[in-house]
Design a protein around this ligand. Structure first.
Ligand code: GN1
Ligand code: MG
Length: 343
């Protein structure tokens, strides 16, 4: 680790290194170094290049987006990557791709027990992020994961895995597979809204969970938007939708038991998002924000179920039925959100 860190930083010694975050994809550490009596912390991360096939394109996107934001009136931070001593954004080492970000002192990421204030703040920050990038040419960004929220494409991958049944799990997953067919009309509706242009292409974050906003330890206000790996051209409904998916349920996406929705969280998200996007979104976008929550939750159920049926090839798992449990949880949430949206 020390030789990787030395590609980016000059220091006398590493004083601490701790794994951080609960991401399903990359591996992340907080690295603290001492240099001439000064102590400073950084985020060191290994990109999962089985998933991000072009790590250089990921870093290029982040570089372009963070420098655009730095020149806008975005009222939060979005830290730019630290370059290597030779000026690169990445270092390839031991068959992995590594990068470093500044660590923002005095901040925290909210744990599972988010409050309405946290929901409001996060939605306000993600809305401001989209707005700050409103005049950025979205088509100039690379699609770091091609077809990330192209649900038609994910549907085809699902059908393929159901027909091949590589892990022999289709037989025992009939109910979950049926539930996906029930979600298909909503997927089709979103797909039409995209292709008709009713939902315009914008720069979107694509991973708008609470854990990707840094909060100030004293004031509990949002201070930074992080994890820009999946910043790509997309539609705004998926960013709001992923907030609904992660804030509105009363439990984590992999918790067992009957999931319930929290209307007060949804209200807080809507208020926060409106507060920073008023006059920016078109009418269709504004009307369908909550529908975006059902769409993204249904799509996430499809993604977890596809991975379960494929034999756990994408998401990290910590027990054998992890992906099945996740897909059941997301199916239940999908159904609960549809009911909520009818109110
Ligand atoms: C992955 O690793 P993490 O938690 O940031 C995934 C998201 C999913 C999420 C579900 C690149 O994000 O799209 O919504 O897991 N990221 C990628 O927990 O696939
Ligand atoms: Mg992420």
């Amino acid at each position: 680790m020390e030789s990787i860190a030395r590609h980016f930083l000059q220091f006398d010694r590493i004083s601490d290194m701790q794994p951080v975050g609960d991401g399903n994809i990359n591996d992340t550490w907080r690295l603290t170094v001492e240099n001439q009596g000064n102590t400073q912390s950084f985020i060191l991360q290994r990109i999962n290049h089985r998933i991000f096939r072009d790590p250089a394109a990921v870093m290029q996107n982040i570089e372009r987006v963070t420098s655009h934001i730095a020149g806008s009136d975005f009222p939060y931070a979005s830290p730019a990557p630290v370059r290597t001593v030779s000026g690169d954004l990445l270092c390839e080492y031991d068959n992995g791709f590594w990068r470093v970000f500044p660590f923002l002192e005095n901040t925290y990421v909210p744990d599972d027990q988010v409050t309405e204030e946290i929901a409001y703040e996060a939605a306000r920050a993600y809305g401001a992020f989209a707005r700050a990038l409103g005049n950025f040419p979205a088509q100039e960004l690379s699609e770091t994961i091609p077809g990330f929220h192209d649900t038609d494409r994910r549907w085809d991958a699902f059908l393929e895995v159901v027909s091949m049944d590589p892990a022999g799990r289709v037989g025992e997953s009939r109910r979950e597979i049926e539930a996906m067919y029930a979600a298909k009309p909503l997927f089709d509706r979103i797909s039409e809204l995209k292709s008709s242009g009713a939902l315009p292409v914008r720069v979107t974050h694509n991973d708008t969970k609470a854990g990707n906003i840094l909060f100030d330890r004293q004031s509990n206000k949002a201070v930074a938007v992080i994890d820009l790996d999946t910043v790509m051209p997309g539609v705004i409904l998926s960013d709001f939708g992923d907030m609904v998916r992660t804030f509105v349920p009363d439990r984590r996406e992999d918790a067992p038991g009957e999931v319930s929705t929290r209307p007060e969280m949804l209200r807080a998200l809507l208020e926060g998002f409106h507060s920073s996007t008023s006059g920016f979104l078109n009418e269709t976008e504004q009307e369908l924000l909550v529908t975006g929550g059902a769409w993204i939750t249904g799509e996430q159920a499809l993604r977890f179920l596809t991975d379960w049926l494929a034999g756990d090839v994408y998401y990290k798992i910590s027990h054998p039925e992890h992906n099945l449990l996740r897909s059941r949880n997301q199916i239940a949430l999908f159904n609960a959100l549809l009911k909520m949206n009818q109110l």
